[in-house]
Structure formats: C-alpha cells, structure tokens
Design a protein around this ligand. Structure first.
Ligand SMILES: Cc1cc2nc3c(=O)[nH]c(=O)nc-3n(C[C@H](O)[C@H](O)[C@H](O)COP(=O)(O)OP(=O)(O)OC[C@H]3O[C@@H](n4cnc5c(N)ncnc54)[C@H](O)[C@@H]3O)c2cc1C
Length: 374
C-alpha cells in the first residue's frame, strides 16, 4: 500500500478565475459565510473570500463589500471580516500619511539582516518545506496565495534567512494577482519588525497545524526559542542577486495633442461604477511606465487588468507624468481619484472611498487605528 503523502497540495480551486463581470463579484460577496470565515480563515483550506484582486484594483471597494455583507448578516457575525478590511484601510491610511517613505524601513531598521538578496531556493520553490514550495508554485501559476502562507514565507525569509524585506517583497508583489503597494510593503515590514514591535516567526508545527501537513525534520522544525537565534540554515545560503522580472504591459503612447477635460483612471481604479465628480469629454486609463518598471507584474496580473479594462471600454495610455504635464500646459484639464501612487499626477483630485473614517487622533499601530474606527 502507498504511504499517505506528508502534505497534500491545496491548489486554489478552478472556480476562482477572477474575471467575469461586476455582477459575478457581487454574487461572490453574497455567497460569503462570515461565521465560517471567522472559524476557518487561518487554515489554508479555510473559507476565505478571494476578494483581494478586485479590491486591490478598485473593481470593488471595501465600502461596497462591508455594506453588502451587513445587508445579509448581523454586525457581530461580520466582525472578523470587518476587522480584516480595516487592516487594508490601515495600510492605505499609513501610505497616505507617510507617502513614499513606506518603501524604506518605516519605524526601525530591520534587525539581524545578513543579506538584501532572497535565497535562491525560494525563487525555485525548493526550500524543502512542502507547504512553502507548493505555495510558491501556486502563486507563480495563479497569482494567489493565502494570508498565512504569505506570513510564513515572509517570516522565514526575513527572520530565519535574515534577508532584508525589500527584495523579497518586490518578488512576491510581482507574482501576486492582488499585489498592492501598501498592503504588501507594510505587511512585509510588519513581519520584519520595521513596522511593529517584534519580528514574526512561525515554526514547522505552526505550518503543520494550519496546512494539515505532517512534515518534520526540516530546518524549520525547531522550538521558537532556538528558531529566533539560529544563523541562516545552510539550505538557504545561496542567494539570488537579480530577480529578472520581465513583463508585458498594455496601452499606447500618450498622444501629443488632445483637447478638453479628461478623467484619468489608474491601475488601482478599475471600478465600473466610478464616475469623476464633474463632466469630462473622455476617460482614459493612464499607466505610468516608471512605476511599473519599478514594481513589475506577472502576465496573469496583466491578463486580469486587461479583462477589467475591456469591460470599461476605455483607451489606455502608457507613458510619463511629464507627458501629461505637457498636455496640461496645452490646456487639457485632468481629474483623477486620490491614490498615493498618483499624488504627482496633474489635475484635480477627487476623494477615494474608505469604509472607515480617518481617525481623529494620530495612530501608529493597527490597534490604535482600530480602537478609533471600530
Ligand atoms: C507578506 C504579506 C504580503 C501581503 N500582500 C498583500 C497584497 O499585496 N495585497 C493585498 O491585498 N493583501 C496583501 N496581504 C494581506 C492578505 O494576505 C491578503 O489581503 C489576503 O490574503 C487576501 O485574500 P482574501 O481576499 O481571500 O482575504 P480575506 O481573508 O477573505 O479578507 C477579505 C479582505 O480583507 C482584506 N484583508 C484581509 N486580511 C488582510 C491583511 N492581513 N492585511 C490587509 N488586508 C487584509 C483584503 O482586502 C481581503 O481581500 C499580504 C499579507 C502578507 C502577510
């Protein structure tokens, strides 16, 4: 008889294409069982919502998700989901407050860094930890990764392989379908201890519990005290200097001459129901080349974006903000929605929708934020 495998991969089910129409997204929200979510969300096979690619790209916003949930369920049942949505808003409010400073160690330097380069076994999905390797293969194929897997990967990379968080964060962002500059960057920093009070580490037992794996005798199979002190395991010592993140993209050059009032959508504002606050002659999606060069994205992400842009039926311009400035100098009036990555775009800015109001008092940690908004 064949022995049972130590870990049975839990690839994301085939019914998660992340495309369809806005009505399909709303149906998905209506199908959420918030009680099951709360009880199972930490398990890799738990009832998570899979909403993040839509939320990241603004196809749907957190207010719509929360309001729709509360139409069907009472607030107590929704508590955990509303709490998780608050994490997302906390990261975005932090980005609004700190601007580009979130892309460097934000509160403290990262302790114990031995290298700024990611260990090669993570790139190749050959760490020897079955759950991590399966998770890395899955994110490369599909763009999706469960929250707990992200925490384990970031925790082992930063705090066991002693890697500075920045290059690994760029690598994960590239593969994710929901790669979000604030949530990704600040989650890595939270785990690396540069945006929190302590570094996060999970050991093999923790992975086994939430992934139902039975693997042992790995470099992660230690108690927490010894794991916090070990040097980078030999299995992880080969580093990858260059990530080689190639990408295709969308769009045509910014035209030299146009007239009138133009609403600019960004990659983060693909909501079919968004309308600028004043009448415009045309709406276009603007992709800032320097930004996607700095934060490249895998093909499945571009396929996702292209699908939602097609539904909007708008033109796509790709180029530089200088080109937009030249059009503005010729009299074109731009308007776009507030988003920190677009803060330097010309034109009027309309407010973004948040579910939680901006806290009145300063907040440094999530708990200070949550205390004020809940
Ligand atoms: C290292 C690391 C990197 C991450 N990178 C990203 C990223 O690039 N983009 C991204 O959207 N999220 C990121 N997250 C947060 C979280 O992992 C994802 O939002 C979540 O896994 C998305 O799956 P879901 O939609 O099924 O989430 P659910 O658990 O169903 O939650 C519903 C929604 O709440 C929000 N949410 C839930 N958990 C978190 C969280 N911990 N932080 C912020 N928002 C949360 C998301 O918008 C999510 O879609 C990261 C977390 C870690 C630890």
């Amino acid at each position: 008889m064949l022995a049972k495998p130590l870990y049975e991969p839990r690839l994301i089910p085939a019914d998660k294409p992340f495309q369809g129409t806005i009505d399909d997204v709303l149906i998905r929200i209506d199908g959420i069982d918030p009680n099951r979510y709360e009880k199972t969300r930490n398990y890799l096979d738990g009832a998570v919502t899979w909403l993040s690619p839509y939320i990241t790209h603004g196809v749907i916003n957190t207010t719509t998700v929360a309001a729709r949930l509360l139409e069907k369920h009472n607030p107590e049942a929704c508590y955990q989901l509303l709490y998780e949505l608050a994490w997302r808003e906390y990261f975005h409010r932090t980005w609004q407050k700190f601007g580009d400073d979130i892309f460097d160690d934000i509160y403290h330097p990262q302790a114990g860094v031995e290298s700024t380069h990611i260990p090669q076994p993570f790139i190749d999905a050959e760490t020897g930890i079955l759950v991590l390797d399966d998770g890395i293969k899955t994110v490369k194929d599909t763009g999706f990764m469960h929250n707990h897997l992200r925490m384990w990967i970031a925790g082992t990379l930063c705090n066991v392989a002693h890697t500075h968080w920045k290059q690994p964060a760029r690598w994960l962002y590239y593969h994710l379908l929901d790669g979000d500059l604030a949530s990704n960057t600040l989650s890595w920093q939270w785990i690396a201890g540069t945006f929190s009070h302590k570094q996060y580490i999970a050991n093999q037992n923790n992975l086994n519990t939430y992934s139902r794996s039975k693997q042992h005798d790995t470099w992660l199979d230690r108690d927490y005290e010894s794991l916090a002190k070990i040097a980078t395991p030999v299995e992880l010592q080969q580093r990858c200097e260059d990530l080689h993140l190639s990408q295709n993209t969308l769009g045509s050059d910014v035209p030299n001459r146009v007239n009138g009032k133009i609403a600019l959508r960004s990659l983060w504002n693909l909501n079919p129901n968004w309308a600028p606050s004043r009448p415009v002659d045309e709406t276009v999606l603007f992709i800032e080349q320097s930004q996607i060069d700095e934060w490249p994205m895998a093909q499945h992400r571009w396929d996702f974006i292209e699908h939602w842009v097609k539904q909007l039926g708008i033109e796509v311009w790709r180029g530089s903000v200088e080109e937009l400035n030249q059009l503005a100098n010729q009299g074109v009036q731009f308007v776009h929605e507030e988003y920190p990555a677009c803060a330097h775009w010309p034109g009027d800015v309309t407010e973004r929708t948040f579910y939680y109001d901006l806290p009145e008092k300063n907040f440094r940690s999530f708990s200070q934020f949550w205390k004020q908004v809940k």
